[in-house]
Design a protein around this ligand. Structure first.
Ligand SMILES: O=C(O)CCC(=O)C(=O)O
Length: 285
């Protein structure tokens, strides 16, 4: 169970991120490592293909970070961590939200020698729902280090002006370029903080915090699972379904209203005790 202290909450508000030594236990770490192998081999336990499959053993570019989005729908081991109520409660607390629901998860595997992930602000891609708020929990499945290409955040950058989406996410030549240009617009020298934690540790970050990660120059893989969560009460914004990640997730808009269907965006925790019915049955298989 994750319990955040008032000091941790204050640090998150000040910095736009919070590094935590332990989020998931050793058993979950090793189960998730095995699940990740299954997913990148194309074995989808539930029969549901994840929404974004950017890398598979059969055809993936070996120089790139392996990525799948919404692995939780395909694999119950991933779901058991991504759908945890206590992580969602921590996210809602940091966001000052009454509840939290899944926007998507992100399964990332950066083998030794692979290329960076470009700096970005997550919320720049989220005009398809309203309000476009996001808060994420990044969980490491390996001990992480700066030279191993761990995720890095710019302190206080959640208060910078909002930038437009730009640049490549997968393997850009200069992974910090967009962030450095934004820092120049702000007139500040960016302070970069690397998330260096043992396997099972990780971080929370605000949707407008600039972040990315460098090459993995270490001899170890860098694997992580990310919960990207939004406030429980968000609705589709039909004016912007064709923008950002709405190009993928706009397909879940119902024909006759803007309600976000809990089958696709389940509510994980709400202060009144509500949690999407069906989650426990789904997790039990
Ligand atoms: O794991 C990384 O290097 C980047 C992750 C990321 O972009 C995110 O969690 O929003």
């Amino acid at each position: 169970m994750i319990e955040l202290s008032p000091d941790q909450i204050a640090r998150f508000e000040e910095d736009g991120f919070l590094v935590v030594e332990r989020l998931i236990d050793e058993r979950a770490v090793s189960d998730l490592q095995v699940a990740m192998e299954r997913l990148f081999r194309g074995e989808f336990e539930t029969g549901i293909t994840p929404d974004e499959v950017n890398w598979q053993e059969a055809w993936g570019d070996p120089s790139l970070t392996r990525q799948i989005c919404n692995g939780w729908k395909a694999d119950r081991t991933v779901a058991a961590t991504v759908l945890r109520a206590d992580i969602a409660r921590a996210v809602a607390t940091l966001g000052r939200w009454p509840g939290a629901r899944v926007m998507i998860d992100n399964i990332l595997w950066k083998p030794p020698g692979t290329r960076p992930l470009g700096y970005h602000q997550d919320s720049a891609y989220l005009s398809w729902y309203s309000p476009p708020e996001l808060l994420s929990c990044w969980m490491a499945l390996d001990d992480t280090s700066a030279s191993g290409g761990t995720v890095e955040f710019v302190r206080g950058s959640h208060r910078w002006r909002h930038s437009m989406p730009e640049g490549e996410f997968h393997g850009p030549a200069d992974y910090r370029r967009a962030m450095l240009e934004a820092a120049a617009r702000e007139g500040v020298e960016p302070e970069i903080v690397y998330v260096e934690v043992p396997a099972g540790g990780g971080s929370f970050h605000h949707g407008w915090t600039w972040h990315g990660s460098g090459c993995n120059d270490s001899a170890r893989p860098r694997r992580s699972v990310v919960l990207h969560a939004m406030p429980d009460g968000v609705r589709f914004d039909p004016r912007h379904l064709g923008e950002g990640t709405g190009r993928v997730y706009g397909r879940y808009k119902r024909l006759d209203d803007d309600v976000m269907d809990e089958n696709y965006f389940p509510i994980l925790w709400r202060e009144d005790g509500y949690r999407t019915p069906g989650l426990d049955a789904f997790l039990a298989g």
